[in-house]
Design a protein around this ligand. Structure first.
Ligand code: APR
Ligand code: PHB
Length: 394
């Protein structure tokens, strides 16, 4: 039996932030898309992810027409804190760079994009399986999949893999073509959500001999906390009380003293890795976001890198369809990777600065407090961190 045909210009694999933002921006430019997603919409929206938005990401969401709720409910942060035991170092983004970041959960960004795409009426297929990306060397490529018990096929000009680290698109690029770089960190992050007021108005990235901790938030009554844990730990190893007690030992005592604790409404452990797969284009297939690269969350770069990939690809596709020029599409991979590697370096440096590495010798372990004390004294050092945190230019 012939598969059911869907014809479009751009087939997008994955309906996470990358795929949805790409589709929304292309649709607003009059370019047709169709999206396939392995999970249900509810499952995608159940994911708890960081939401520190760089200025470029905020501008892109404004361009996509999905920024109203973000501006109403998001929180502009003009700085963050780094701490080393009771030493608190404020990184004043506004003073050092003139810019700030927007704290607005990734789940909310994804919700806003789903609403906008539903309003756009863009074809989107959820709970698909058996996805295959074919004919990338032909004038028309094909994405074949199973959906609601039927075989379906999208015929398109280009395919964009927005299907994350475990997706099918990166694997479609022959191993002989791919060059992959990976660093797996010897620890994970145990994170909790609690319906409690955040312990500070700004994020606190804490270094302590006991291990890293991060105090973050989603809104004035929803806090997000993390502590570094060994990879051998499981969520079951950590009662709420044990978590709160350990978190307080890693934060400055003044912060710990004022902390409001409560039951966790979500608790999970995530591994940390740095990963890049080059190139981000193969024939008519492009990769965006986590499909091509993964950063440790210490620099809050994951969503923001997905946004800059989308920005570069949208520019290339608009040039292709509106001006019949392939120049920006041909330059997409190099352009996106240049920014990816800068974020890789920053995320690696923040992770290396703030976490306990069990294998480090005493000399190396002394480098961390030394670097933090330099940050406390040097405006230049704080400015270098701030310009990376608020986001290098697209
Ligand atoms: N077919 C269709 N969809 C797939 C497939 C597949 N074979 N494999 C994976 N997917 C879907 C996943 O279910 C997920 O919804 O692709 C989507 C990829 O979304 P993300 O993993 O969120 O990646 P991305 O959209 O690039 O967003 C990057 O999300 O993971 C965070 O920290 C990351 O903040 C960053 C952001
Ligand atoms: C979060 O709020 O989940 C968060 C914030 C900043 C990070 C990582 C995670 O760097």
């Amino acid at each position: 039996m012939q598969p059911i045909q869907v014809d479009t210009q751009i087939a997008i694999v994955g309906a996470g932030p990358s795929g949805l933002l790409l589709s929304q921006l292309l649709n607003k430019a009059g370019i047709k898309t169709a999206i396939i997603e392995r999970s249900s919409k509810e499952h995608v929206l159940s994911r708890i992810r960081a939401g520190v938005l760089e200025r470029g990401t905020v501008q892109l969401l404004e361009q996509a027409g999905v920024s109203d709720r973000m501006h109403r409910e998001g929180h502009v942060h003009e700085g963050c804190l780094l701490s080393q035991n009771d030493l608190q170092i404020r990184i004043n983004f506004k003073e050092l760079t003139g810019a700030s970041v927007m704290v607005y959960g990734q789940t909310e960004v994804t919700k806003d994009l789903y609403d906008a795409q539903d309003e756009m009426g863009t074809p989107r297929f959820h709970e698909v399986s058996e996805v295959q990306i074919l004919d990338l060397d032909q004038p028309q490529s094909r994405v074949c999949f199973e959906h609601e018990g039927q075989s379906k096929e999208i015929r398109c000009d280009f395919v964009v893999g927005c299907d994350g680290f475990h997706g099918v698109s990166r694997q479609t690029i022959p191993k002989s073509v791919r060059k992959e770089f990976e660093k797996v960190y010897p620890f994970g992050w145990l994170g909790i959500l609690s319906e409690t007021p955040p312990c500070d108005e700004e994020l606190i990235y804490a270094h302590s001999e006991r291990g890293f901790a991060l105090a973050s938030m989603r809104n004035p009554m929803l806090s997000r906390y993390y502590i570094q844990v060994p990879l051998t730990d499981t969520v079951e190893d950590w009662s709420d009380d044990a978590f709160w007690a350990e978190l307080k030992k890693r934060l400055p005592s003044a912060v710990a003293d004022r902390m409001v604790t409560g039951p966790s409404i979500e608790k999970s452990i995530a591994p940390l890795r740095s990963f890049v797969s080059e190139p981000m284009r193969y024939q008519s297939l492009f990769l965006c976001g986590d499909a091509s690269h993964i950063v440790p969350p210490t620099g809050a770069k994951g969503l923001n890198l997905a946004a800059s990939d989308v920005h570069y690809l949208v520019e290339g596709l608009i040039d292709y369809y509106h001006n019949q020029s392939e120049e920006k599409l041909d330059g997409y991979s190099d352009r996106a990777l240049a920014r990816v590697w800068q974020a890789m370096r920053f995320s690696w440096s923040m992770t290396t600065l703030l976490h306990q590495f069990p294998e480090d010798d005493a000399f190396t372990q002394r480098m961390q407090p030394t670097a933090l004390h330099h940050l406390a004294k040097s405006e230049t050092a704080r400015q270098e961190l701030a310009e990376n945190y608020i986001g290098l230019p697209f």
